[in-house]
Design a protein around this ligand. Structure first.
Ligand SMILES: Cc1cc2nc3c(=O)[nH]c(=O)nc-3n(C[C@H](O)[C@H](O)[C@H](O)COP(=O)(O)O)c2cc1C
Length: 367
């Protein structure tokens, strides 16, 4: 069991000052070309400083990996100067800055891609209203994706970030390769579980090797994943235990499980006795630290979470109250702001895009 105010040192030497992490949350505030805006820098500066580390919202590694408007970009060198300002703004009071990097795969559309068809492991549409059937990536394009994860990591190093998080969760491209729903390939990148894991393995290997060769000191690499899919066929908890077992053997500094409720029980009847994070920790068996997330609102939630996982990521609670962490540490829970309305946006530096998303997805947080 970890105490929330204790430090943690990752394998590559980076030390975080406490066990709280700002969960990756897109701001939808970047320029059309992925360049960080001043609004975004102000937003992160306001929300940083108290948590041990901030993981940014997802940044796309190549043009056809863009998932939505206002998303961060890390696909070209012209984006580095403002990424450097973002990293510097986050690194306040010793907080560490982690850039989340990803490719959206089929979870985007032609309008975001300016007329281009989305790509994925296979030409299978996602199960959601209006989803376009993507184009299957060719062998050369897969090699390019791997190369672009590497280049994005190099840019993060140049911009002064403390690490990158490979976004393999929330149904984006890396997850699409692991999923039997979106990956129907019969070449070396598809087939059984081991083959569907191959792209993830390759990306982790190439990125971690690049970090080693770059000479960057204390620069960490994490991996985020989602434990279950609702589609049939789809990723089952059993598959995820295989995934974390494999990932624990690679040169990663942390694993990060994406959950809407941190102590959720698996859908699979074989794993109903304990929350998913308990099974995950048992499988990881101390090989790499685990971050868990999902509806953390109180000190009691954090204590319960840290009885199992090593770090607690906080999303909306921190978005709505930038001083959530200080109030928790100072036993001032009654002062935490728990809901917001449109008049709070200027003060909290939250954009209209995120507010609309919250109104739609989390109406219980809005007054
Ligand atoms: C506004 C918003 C934006 C998000 N953007 C991302 C993102 O860019 N990458 C990601 O991995 N998860 C993203 N998430 C998911 C969060 O990281 C987190 O897993 C989820 O909100 C559950 O944690 P919470 O209950 O503490 O908010 C986002 C969530 C919200 C509310």
């Amino acid at each position: 069991m970890a105490e929330m105010q204790t430090t943690l040192t990752f394998k590559r030497g980076l030390t975080v000052k406490n066990r709280l992490v700002m969960a990756p949350m897109t701001t939808k505030m970047s320029f059309y070309d992925g360049v960080v805006t001043q609004d975004e820098i102000d937003y992160y500066a306001l929300h940083s400083g108290e948590v041990g580390m901030v993981i940014t919202g997802a940044a796309n590694i190549q043009a056809n990996g863009k998932g939505w408007e206002g998303e961060l970009g890390v696909e070209a060198d012209y984006q580095i100067p403002n990424l450097a300002k973002l990293a510097a703004a986050i690194k306040k009071n010793g907080t560490k800055a982690i850039l989340q990097i990803f490719h959206a795969g089929r979870m985007t559309d032609r309008s975001v891609l300016r007329g281009e068809l989305p790509v994925s492991a296979s030409a299978v549409a996602a199960q959601r209203a209006g989803a376009e059937t993507p184009r299957e990536l060719s062998e050369i394009e897969i090699q390019q994706v791997i190369e672009n994860f590497k280049q994005a990591t190099l840019r993060a190093i140049k911009a002064g970030f403390d690490g990158v998080e490979l976004h393999g969760a929330n149904t984006y491209l890396l997850q699409q390769f692991f999923s039997p729903h979106s990956n129907r390939r019969t070449d070396q990148w598809g087939g059984d579980r081991q083959k569907r894991f191959r792209l993830i393995e390759k990306v982790v290997q190439v990125v971690t090797q690049e970090v080693a060769e770059s000479g960057a000191e204390n620069f960490i690499v994490g991996y985020r994943f989602s434990p279950e899919e609702i589609e049939t066929p789809g990723i089952r908890f059993e598959d995820t235990l295989y995934l974390v077992d494999q990932l624990s053997e690679l040169a990663l500094d942390y694993l990060h499980v994406s959950l809407s409720q941190f102590d959720r029980i698996a859908q699979s009847p074989d794993y109903h006795e304990r929350p998913m994070i308990a099974y995950l920790q048992a499988k990881i068996a101390g090989r790499v630290p685990l971050i868990a997330v999902g509806n953390v609102q109180t000190k009691a939630d954090i204590t319960t979470l840290l009885q199992i996982a090593d770090l607690a990521a906080v999303g909306q609670s921190l978005l709505i109250d930038p001083h959530f962490v200080a109030k928790i540490f100072n036993d001032q829970e009654e002062l935490i702001r728990r809901k917001l309305n449109r008049y709070d946006l200027d003060e909290l530096k939250i954009g209209n895009g995120v507010m609309s998303f919250l109104e739609q997805m989390m109406p219980e947080r809005i007054i």
